[in-house]
Write a protein that binds this ligand. Structure first.
Ligand code: SF4
Length: 413
């Protein structure tokens, strides 16, 4: 039996994973809370158990504790622990050291079911799994080995949701995976490479399922998308929105009786992709708030980040959105390596200035595994900077998980 651990920040991954397990006819359960009694109960019934989690930087402390407790309470060759997700892919050795048997590197849709199938075929001997592509494990000498990567999947062949009656999961629809940009703080391009897109036909099929599923349950069927750069959907050249494909997608979806939310996830739209032409497409969407990754008020810092856009691009996105009656929701990142106090003030001054008509989600830089800045410490914030952030929060100009991110970053030092 496969047990997948549900967490509020990682459950989107479980939609795709459980759908894939269904395709491979592998039985699974989604579990919450303490996994130990649930695992023990299955072991007591004589079953073999695969315990799987997806790891993000925000779940690392809890994952560490769960793996520690598992190790302390259960020692059975019939249990296999597998961890995937961006924080596992970027630092597999660390995850294995915490007690996981295997790490799935990158996409899990094929690798995870194959890992389970191979374990079963190998008569539940973990030592025979060391040639399976796309994983990391400790060999018999205790060395971390990473097997060759697996070809990237065609998104159209996999669904992001699960219609399992007992464990239904309907996350936002992944429009694309990977990114053509290479921002130094971001795990997306280093985990998933260049973008691949889900076709309109595949998106339509998924939406039809969501409509069918939610219509009897809710007054409105809300469709949300998730994408690293949603206005980059189907682009042929980096930085040049494919207007025809975007128009085609949104026009096509407008025929359904749904509320369509597009560009609502943090940093989902890059500022330079907001143009008069692309903004005209927003007549077909429901939301009036548009999330844009602005990231810094300093051109030097944007360059350091390798963002590939300028402060002027962000200001132009602001003007265009506001002039058309939209509220920009900007994401800014403070504390990146080499950022000076003067540059932090530039960002905060800009946020205050934009705060008349825009909202800001403020983030604090955390070095993420697998990124070019994974070993670069964050820049500290002076007490004056922290006070100004407090004032901006009080004035409801900034929101976001800044305090929590600051805590994680300080802990990592
Ligand atoms: S921050 Fe956005 S644009 Fe930059 S690499 Fe990540 S997903 Fe791509």
């Amino acid at each position: 039996m496969i047990l997948l651990y549900w967490d509020k920040t990682t459950w989107y991954a479980l939609g795709a994973l459980s759908s894939s397990l269904q395709q491979y006819n592998l039985p699974y359960k989604i579990i919450r809370g303490d996994p130990i009694p649930q695992i023990q109960s299955l072991l007591d019934q004589g079953l073999h158990v695969i315990y799987g989690e997806s790891a993000r930087i925000t779940t690392m402390d809890a994952l560490k504790e769960r793996l520690k407790q598992l190790k302390a309470h259960i020692s059975s060759p019939r249990l296999m622990t597998v961890v995937g997700g961006p924080s596992a892919s970027g630092a597999p050795e660390k995850i294995l050291s915490l007690g996981a048997d295997f790490v799935v590197i990158g996409e899990g849709e094929v690798t995870f079911p194959k890992l389970v199938q191979t374990w079963i075929k190998a008569n539940f001997q973990k030592k025979y799994l060391n040639s399976l592509p796309g994983i990391a494990l400790f060999d018999e000498a205790g060395e971390c080995i990473q097997t060759p990567s697996r070809p990237r999947i065609n998104l159209d062949e996999y669904y992001p949701y699960s219609d399992n009656e007992e464990f239904p999961l309907h996350p936002p629809i992944e429009l694309m995976r990977g990114c053509a940009f290479r921002c130094r703080f971001c795990q997306v391009p280093y985990t998933y490479g260049n973008p691949r897109f889900r076709s309109i036909e595949s998106i339509t099929k998924i939406i039809e399922h969501y409509v069918h599923y939610f219509k009897p349950l809710k007054i409105n069927v809300d469709i949300r998308f998730i994408a690293p750069n949603s206005l980059g959907y189907m682009e042929k050249k980096r930085g040049q929105p494919n207007y025809e494909a975007l128009a085609n997608l949104l026009r096509h979806l407008s025929q359904y009786e749904i509320r369509l939310f597009f560009g609502t996830f943090p940093s989902e739209i890059r500022p330079e992709y907001i143009t008069e032409q692309t903004i005209s497409l927003f007549d077909m969407i429901t939301n009036r708030q548009i999330s844009v990754g602005f990231q810094s008020g300093s051109d030097r810092v944007l360059k350091e980040m390798r963002r590939g856009h300028s402060v002027a691009d962000g200001l132009q996105a602001y003007d265009l959105l506001v002039s058309q009656g939209f509220t920009p929701v900007f994401d800014f990142l403070l504390g990146v390596p080499s950022e000076t106090t003067a540059e932090q003030w530039q960002t905060l001054t800009l946020i205050r200035d934009l705060g008349r008509k825009a909202q800001t989600r403020l983030h604090y830089f955390i070095p993420l595994p697998g990124t070019p800045w994974e070993a670069s410490p964050s820049s500290p914030l002076s007490s004056e900077i922290q006070s100004e952030i407090g004032r901006l929060a009080k004035a409801k100009i900034v929101r976001g998980a800044f305090a929590r991110q600051l805590q994680i970053a300080l802990k990592g030092k």
